[in-house]
Every structure is written in C-alpha cells, then in structure tokens.
Design a protein around this ligand. Structure first.
Ligand SMILES: [Zn+2]
Length: 442
C-alpha cells in the first residue's frame, strides 16, 4: 500500500513512485502579482500545502517550489495606469499574496522563484531552442514551433486536428502555425530586457520551465496547478521541456478544479469576487480551508454563503468538542500523547486513495462523536487518545482550531468552578463560569 494519485498526464490513478525513493520535488504554478487573490486563487495554495504536509507525514522529504510571476502584461498595464513601476506593483501584491497564504493556513513554499531573477537563463533557454530548430524569431518576437513536438496535446488530450479547429486560438500572422506560442515578446511599453532577439520580455510558459529546470535540474515528481492551466500553459511547458530534455517535465501532473461563485467564474468585471483579505478573521480563513480541502479536489466547487455557513458550523463543532475535551483533560492532568493507530491507519488509507477527503471527513466526524461519548462517560484515557488522534489529522490538513491550553489563572478558575459545582454551590459556580466564558474557555 502507498499513495495513489490521479495523474493528469495519463488520465489514470497511479501508484506514486518518486524519482529518489524518499525525496519529492514538487512545483506548483504561483500567482501573477497584479491584484489581490480571491478564494478561487487560494484553492491550489491550500490544496498543495496539504499535499506537502501529507507527503511529509508519510515520511517523504519534500522540496516545494511555487513561482511568483512578477512580469506580465497585466502588471505592466497596472503600473502604467497607476503611475508606478512594475516592481512596485509586483512587490505590493506579492506581500498581499503572502498575507492571504498565511490567512488560509498555508506555509510559504520552500522556494518562491521570481521570474525577473531568471531573465538571463530564459534568454539562454530560448537561444538553445532556436539553435535546435524548435523556435524562430520573427522581427523580435520568438515563437515555439509546435509542429516539432510529436506528442503535443498529450496533457490536454487534444489531437492536432482538434487544436487546428480550436476557435479560441487567436490568429497571429507572424506565427507559422496558430498553435505556436510566444517565448519572447517584443515590447515597446513597460519593463523590458535586452536580448539577442531584441528588447522585450519572456513569455509566461517559458518562465515556469526555466525556473523548474534551474531549481531542480531535471525531471521532477509533481507539477501542479489549477485545472485551467492545463491548456495552454502546462501543455506548452511540457512541449518546451520535451524539446530540450526529452521528458514531460514531471512524472505526475496534478490539477485542482475551479472554485466558482454560485456556478459562475469569479471575475472582477462581473463583481462576483470574494477576496481572501476580506475574510476578516483567522477563523474564517480556516473555514475556507476546510471548505476547499473537504471538497473532492478534481471537481469544481460552487461557492455560496450557504456552503460557507455549513463549514462554519462544522468548524465551530470541532472547536467546541476539542476545547471541552482538552480543558477537561488538562484539569484532570490526564493529557497523553497516545494516538489511535486504527484511526490513523484509516486516515492514511483514505488519503492514499487519491486524497479521498470525503472519507477523511466521515472519519473526523466519528472521532468527534467518540470524543463526546468518552467525555460524557468520563473515560479520560479514551478521550485523551481520541483527542490526540483528532489533532494529528487536523495538523496534517493544516486546519488550526486556535485552541491553547489554559494558563495557570484560567486553570485555577476552572478548578474552582468544578469544585463549586461538585459542592452544589451554584452562586459561586456562576461567578467562575462567567470568567471562563469571558476567556472563551467554555
Ligand atoms: Zn506555470
């Protein structure tokens, strides 16, 4: 038994076998920093953070990279509109992205390469493609020659004929074929770099491939991103990597579904956007994290206030059960570090099954039920074990309940409250109870 993952490259559930037995290299396409991130953008940020946590829990050493696209038409346009430099725009929104990442409980990846730090490497890479006949320069614009890649379309499962008839493909008279894509864009406005092809900037598809190659040097284990990046972005990453290094860049391609607002794609122009920064509290960040993690990752999520409230109720139920159990155990000095092996094995079994979160959710619900039963029946040994098990699983998912042990003053008060109750001194008990409520202990 081991982890099985749905591989978008083969459209099959496959056994996960990293290139180096216990080490995993993972790259996930990161944000273009020109705007605040919405909860749809946060979906891969949350999901792949969980994947990393789970791989580590399973004994792998993970190197996780997610890039920052800090040069792009959108950034250039925003800079012009606001009378700022591209760097100012990118730095500002990268900070906002970091804050959003933290709010939804994701750690910063091990590497966050910035496209603008790799421009000379990108120029070298494009040069090599030109030299080997995979790219051509037309008056300062460099395009990839898609016809040179025999299995182009492998990821998005598109035959060349389908691609031909794709009406979405813009006609660019400079290109030899409509599917050829830009590696280097000649630019007159905005930030630009000198190159042997002329002044301009790299194309997005090239940025990711070059950063991948510079960071990891070779074929990686997992390449991830949102479903909408499959084509053309990931297809074009594969084509370029294949041209020079003769592999498909990653052995496992993982794509997460979209998060729409009541079935409609979030967009600023439609005004139906929920920004992470507007979630307000750290608890709301965790509720969004749960909502995203507990939805099957390959399917789209139709977000609504109702759905948010369902997860809010669930989160509050978890916090309540956890708090009650933790404080009762602390008061009785009955905390332990034991876990229920059977539950942990079930958790692994479900997660290994291509991250079957629906089953994990049922498992957690069961554990919470058992915690409540143990609390009522005063079986503190069982309660301590279940509590640890629950916490272990929540930590792997990265869901923080923000519940700390009581400090000395609070513990003293809790003790007095319990004693007063035992002595049926309800007047006194009420005073202590009031304090405990104020501290959000009960
Ligand atoms: Zn990318």
């Amino acid at each position: 038994m081991g982890l099985k993952i749905y591989n978008s490259l083969t459209n099959k559930i496959e056994e996960f076998k990293p290139i180096n037995e216990k080490k995993v290299n993972m790259y996930v396409c990161g944000p273009t920093v020109y705007n605040y991130v919405h909860i749809g953008n946060a979906r891969p940020v949350i999901f792949f953070d969980m994947v990393k946590r789970y791989l580590e829990f399973s004994g792998y050493e993970v190197k996780y990279a997610s890039n920052i696209t800090d040069v792009d038409d959108k950034i250039i346009n925003k800079a012009i509109a606001e009378g700022k430099t591209e760097k100012e725009i990118a730095t500002f929104y990268e900070k906002a992205f970091d804050a959003a990442t933290a709010l939804v409980g994701s750690k910063k990846p091990d590497y966050t390469p910035h496209a603008t730090d790799y421009i000379p490497d990108m120029i070298d890479f494009i040069n090599e493609l030109i030299e080997k006949g995979f790219a051509y320069n037309v008056d300062g614009d460099v395009f990839f020659r898609e016809s040179k890649i025999a299995d182009y379309g492998i990821l998005s499962n598109q035959q060349r004929e389908e691609l031909e008839s794709g009406a979405r493909i813009e006609v660019d008279s400079k290109k030899e074929s409509p599917h050829d894509f830009a590696l280097w864009k000649k630019t007159e406005t905005g930030i630009k770099w000198d190159s042997p092809f002329g002044a301009g900037r790299p194309g997005w598809h090239t940025e990711c491939v070059v950063m991948n190659h510079k960071l990891f040097g070779t074929q990686i284990d997992i390449h991830g991103g949102g479903m909408d990046l499959k084509f053309p972005h990931h297809e074009n990453e594969i084509a370029q990597f294949n041209a020079l290094y003769h592999t498909h860049l990653a052995n496992y391609w993982i794509h997460v579904g979209r998060l729409d607002l009541e079935g409609v794609k979030m967009s600023k122009s439609l005004g139906n956007v929920v920004y992470v920064k507007d979630l307000g509290t750290k608890e709301n960040g965790m509720i969004i994290r749960m909502l995203i993690l507990f939805s099957p990752y390959r399917a789209n999520i139709s977000y609504s206030e109702d759905l948010f409230n369902q997860y809010k109720t669930l989160y509050e139920k978890y916090v309540r059960a956890y708090k009650q159990s933790l404080y009762e155990l602390q008061y009785r000095d009955a905390l332990s570090s034991k876990v229920c092996e059977e539950d942990i094995n079930s958790f692994k079994e479900f997660m290994d099954d291509d991250f079957n979160v629906q089953n994990v959710l049922s498992l957690l619900d069961n554990i919470v039920k058992q915690m409540n039963v143990a609390l009522r029946s005063k079986d503190y040994d069982a309660l301590a074990t279940k509590l640890n098990t629950f916490k272990t699983i929540m930590d792997v998912l990265g869901v923080n309940l923000f519940v700390e042990l009581m400090n000395d003053e609070q513990l003293e008060c809790y003790r007095n409250w319990q004693e007063a109750r035992a002595n049926k001194d309800f007047e006194k008990a009420d005073i202590y109870r009031g304090k405990l409520i104020e501290w959000k202990i009960i």
